[in-house]
Every structure is written in C-alpha cells, then in structure tokens.
Design a protein around this ligand. Structure first.
Ligand code: GDP
Ligand code: MG
Length: 203
C-alpha cells in the first residue's frame, strides 16, 4: 500500500455513439491519460435500452434536479416548454438520452486518480457545447446546443458522458462494469505525482 492509494477516486467516462462514429475514441483517451489519470477499465459495447436507462436512473434526485434546472434554463433561452412539471420534463430528457446512448457502440471506461471526477469534468467541458471552452473535449470537437437539440426533441450530441462527482460515479460504474473488470495494478507515474517523500527516485 502506498501513501497515496487511499486518496484516489474513480470516475466513469463513456464515449457516446457520436464520439465513436466520429473517430474520437483515441483523442478522448489521450486527453484523460495525459493529465496523469490511470485507466483501470475499458470496454466497447452496444448498450441495450434498459442498460442505457439504468445509467440515467441511478441517482434518485436526478429527475427533480435536472428537470427543474432544465426548465429554468429553457425559459431563460425563450424556448416553448411542452410541460412545467420538472419530473415530466426530466423523463423526456431521460428518454432521449436512453435512445441516443443505445443507438450504437459506446466505450465506457473507468479513470482513477487524485480528484479524478473534478479533473475529468474540467477536461470534458460543460454539457452545452456552445458554452464549453476551447481546449475542452466538447469545446474542441462538438457544436450542439440545448437550443438546437431541444428544437428537435433529441439528446444533445456532446461526445462523452462523465460522472458529475465521485459519488455519482459509484452509482454509475456498476451499470457498466463488474467488480472484477476494474483492474488493480501499480501505475508507476503515481510515485512522482503523489508520493509524499519521493522515496525510490534517487539511486
Ligand atoms: P452532463 O453530465 O454534462 O452530461 O449533463 P447532465 O448530467 O446534467 O445531463 C445528462 C444529459 O441529459 C446531458 O448530456 C443532456 O443530454 C441531458 N440534459 C441535461 N440537462 C439538460 C437540459 O437542461 N436540457 C436538455 N434538453 N437536456 C439536458
Ligand atoms: Mg451528468
């Protein structure tokens, strides 16, 4: 056991069907890999509708928070709403997300490291790609917005899913990986990134 092992967390990233079709799997992996995170699980599959739905249903507060937030923002953007009920609005978002995520191959992966969830979100960029800054994955490779996707009643095509927090990741990871598919191994660069005394560098 190293002095930095217990300070680490895990987070889930999924390259969504648009990211796979646009040939961005390697680019996405490169960006998380080069910041020092350790890749501990990876697979490629076509999700069933049930699996996609399970991914968006794990957090019991998701519907109410996402629905309320989405309605407020849609009103700010001057969009016409089909309902004022946050749960109903969120259900529609969830249904669109399910349709999109199960529309083709995806690449889920688990990244581990110090501040993994926060760092992955920073590299990913915000959900609406017209607001995600250059240098982020969504800012560099996507152009979809809430307004354009809402107008077509479809999910926003923003290349990846990334867990919002490490606690969210704990609910999402089991939807995609069995415990024995998440590898435990020594990642040598962690010594220089995290070790308190830097023992073992000098001969
Ligand atoms: P993410 O973690 O950045 O992907 O965003 P969320 O966890 O908040 O939402 C998950 C997915 O739900 C997003 O990728 C969107 O497709 C959809 N979604 C979230 N918020 C909104 C919203 O305000 N309006 C619409 N139309 N879709 C949303
Ligand atoms: Mg999220």
């Amino acid at each position: 056991m190293n002095n930095y092992d217990l300070k680490q967390e895990q987070t889930l990233v999924i390259v969504k069907p648009d990211g796979v079709q646009r040939g961005l799997i390697g680019e996405v992996i490169k960006r998380y890999e080069q910041c020092g995170l350790k890749l501990v699980a990876l697979k490629m599959l076509i999700p069933t509708a049930d699996q996609a739905l399970a991914h968006y249903s794990t957090d019991p507060t998701w519907a109410i928070t996402t629905g309320s937030k989405a309605i407020a923002f849609a009103k700010e953007r001057g969009e016409k709403l089909f309902t004022d009920d946050p749960i109903e609005y969120a259900e529609n978002i969830r249904n669109n997300c399910k349709k999109f995520l199960s529309s083709g191959p995806v690449v889920p992966m688990v990244w581990q490291g110090m501040n993994a969830a926060k760092v992955v979100r920073k590299i990913t960029g915000v959900t609406d790609c017209t607001m995600s800054v250059p240098g982020t994955i969504r800012g560099d490779y996507a152009l979809d917005s809430y307004t354009t996707s809402d107008a077509d009643n479809r999910s926003i095509r923003n290349i990846i899913h990334a867990s919002g927090t490490a606690d969210e990741a704990k609910l999402e990871i089991p939807v995609w990986f069995k415990p024995n598919e998440i590898l435990k191994f020594r990642y040598v660069p962690e010594l220089i990134m995290y070790d308190i005394n830097l023992d073992g560098i000098l001969e």
